[in-house]
Design a protein around this ligand. Structure first.
Ligand code: HEM
Length: 524
């Protein structure tokens, strides 16, 4: 009898604790209508298990819930719904209206970055994860690195790296080039420009920087860390000492990245010291971060924070831009009329076939709009998370004209998911949302242009916005100036079938494009 009593008691108390979790979760989301999955959408456990988002019963929505549900099927008749998990994860409120997004993104309404942030598991607190005064400190440290001098240098470097890429790949000697996976090219390109202009060290196309005495490239090391982030959160430290090859690989990548960043920091400190006695010091973002180990209390950071910020810069600064340049190329390959408009703009600005200069940036507005529209159709972050840091009120306009705003009271600890994907695919905000229409952002064509929110809104909006636009526009000008981009069809495939195969994406931490095949045809 006793044999069964203990397990039964444990089972009963577990079930009881889950019931309490569910009901306190319902109270936390102000009893907002929604779903009761077993796991919350960002749950680490859920990332490893198969996901489903079919209403009415969603058991594991997974990180892809916003992207998979971008056409709004989960919202029914309101712009808010809740996910209250009963096994693991915090209660969540998903919001898909501009008004609520602004409320949650602004300071002072009781919302901030999440207290437990998976982005901190590897290297600790950094600019993208921290809150309040600590965040202000990180932001202050980064700011001088994002100057016009940086952008002008970035423009020049983009041109140089573009030429290096063309020569090294042998494309500059060809009339037609087949690129089976554009994603790889744009990733390497964005990494090269970031290394040169944010970190101040070269990343030649033929000889990318290596980590750990040539064990693997810097890019490969970052990719391993990105793909295995969930293990860092789930697996306890002691497990890495067990003879399990997979965990050994993660630990090795982590160790190599730490050593690499520490050596970069040491070299830069020395350069900055030498510069004080005459040499010219690099004035990039990395220098700004590295120098934060000295100075007053207001801006001094620990070695751990410096290392974590350097890693975030390395990651956020290349993967996001690479993804969006890749999707822009894919869309321009398919929508030839938009590519023609971009080409006409380029030939009119670069009359006489001259090279573009940084001062031309604002003249390529159609390319800006193409990049924004690519970001709208394939947002790198389909959802952005915040947390209620106090009990607070959340409102959203009613969908029924004349009815008062919907209002709920959320408890401290509730996660708010700003559903960018659902906003972007909502015809109320972006008419004909499936279509690639860059001119929807253009005030000269659309009297009330739509809003660009793809780099966040409010004080936590993207620091690298101008960096990304400068690089992307310059890269696209260089590419389209000399090459017509076209879809690369498989035998017997139609353009429509290519679109279904290639212009598609899935969530893998962030949104990831499917392998994108294109052809480049040299312009006469
Ligand atoms: C197309 C390219 C990019 C996109 C779509 C993008 C998107 C975003 C978004 C949506 C956020 C806000 C996240 C939130 O509210 O929680 C953000 C923050 C950030 N981004 Fe970007 N980003 C891009 C490029 C870059 C680049 C090139 C850099 C650096 C060189 C960068 C550095 C950062 C940093 C440091 C933050 C954190 C800001 C803070 O919390 O104060 N991003 N980005």
């Amino acid at each position: 009898m006793m044999y069964y009593a203990v397990p039964s008691l444990l089972l009963v108390s577990y079930v009881f604790s889950r019931i309490i979790k569910y009901y306190s979760g319902r109270r936390a989301v102000g009893y907002l209508r929604g779903y009761a999955p077993a796991l919350s959408s960002g749950s680490v456990l859920g990332m490893q298990l198969p996901t489903n988002i079919e209403a009415p019963y969603i058991w594991n929505p997974g990180l892809g819930i916003s992207w998979d549900g971008r056409h709004g099927s989960l919202y029914k008749d309101s712009d808010m719904y809740s996910l209250v998990p009963w096994i693991s994860g915090p209660p969540q409120v998903f919001v898909a209206s501009f008004e609520t997004m602004e409320q949650v993104s602004a300071h002072g309404f009781g919302f901030d970055k999440r207290v437990f942030n998976p982005g901190e598991t590897m290297f600790g607190e950094n600019i993208a994860t921290t809150q309040k005064d600590s965040w202000k400190k990180h932001r202050r440290v980064f700011t001088p690195g994002f100057s016009n001098k940086t952008y002008a240098h970035l423009w020049e470097s983009t041109i140089e790296i573009f030429k290096d890429m063309m020569a090294t790949e042998g494309w500059d000697r060809k009339k037609e080039v087949f690129i089976p996976i554009v994603n790889r090219v744009t990733t390497k390109f964005a990494m090269s420009t970031l290394c040169s202009c944010a970190f101040g060290f070269p990343h030649p196309w033929s000889k990318p920087p290596m980590v750990g005495n040539g064990e693997m490239s810097l890019l490969e090391c970052i990719i391993i860390l990105k793909r295995t982030l969930a293990y860092h959160i789930l697996v306890p430290r002691w497990a890495y000492y067990l003879p399990i090859p997979f965990l050994g690989m993660i630990e090795n990548a982590y160790k190599l990245m730490t050593e690499y960043l520490q050596s970069l920091i040491a070299i830069r400190r020395q350069q900055l010291k030498d510069a004080k006695s005459g040499d010219e010091a690099p004035a990039d973002v990395f220098s700004a971060i590295v120098q934060a180990h000295e100075g007053d209390e207001k801006s001094r950071m620990t070695e751990k924070q410096i290392l974590s910020d350097a890693f975030v810069l390395l990651f956020a600064g290349h993967a996001t831009t690479a993804h969006t340049i890749c999707s822009t190329i894919g869309l321009l390959a398919y929508y030839q009329d938009e590519q023609d408009k971009a080409y006409d703009e380029i030939t009119s600005v670069l009359a006489g076939g001259r090279l573009p200069v940084f001062d031309d940036l604002e003249s390529f507005m159609h390319l800006h709009y193409c990049f924004m529209e690519a970001n709208r159709l394939f947002p790198v972050f389909p959802v952005v998370l915040r947390e209620a840091v106090e009990d607070t009120r959340l409102t959203t306009p009613s969908r029924t004209p004349g009815k008062p705003d919907e209002e709920i009271y959320v408890r401290k600890g509730t996660e708010i998911a700003i559903d960018y994907a659902a906003i972007y695919y909502n015809p109320r905000y972006y008419p004909d949302p499936e279509a690639f229409k860059p001119s929807r952002f253009d005030p000269a064509v659309t009297p009330t242009p739509v809003q660009f929110i793809g780099m966040g809104v409010g004080p936590r909006a993207c620091m690298g916005r101008k960096f990304a636009f400068t690089e992307a526009v310059c890269f696209l000008v260089m590419l389209l100036r000399d090459w017509k981009i076209d879809v690369a069809l498989e035998r017997g495939e139609t353009r429509e079938e290519w679109k279904k195969r290639a212009l598609t994406a899935s969530v893998n931490g962030m949104l990831t494009m499917a392998p994108l095949p294109v052809r480049l045809i040299r312009r006469e």
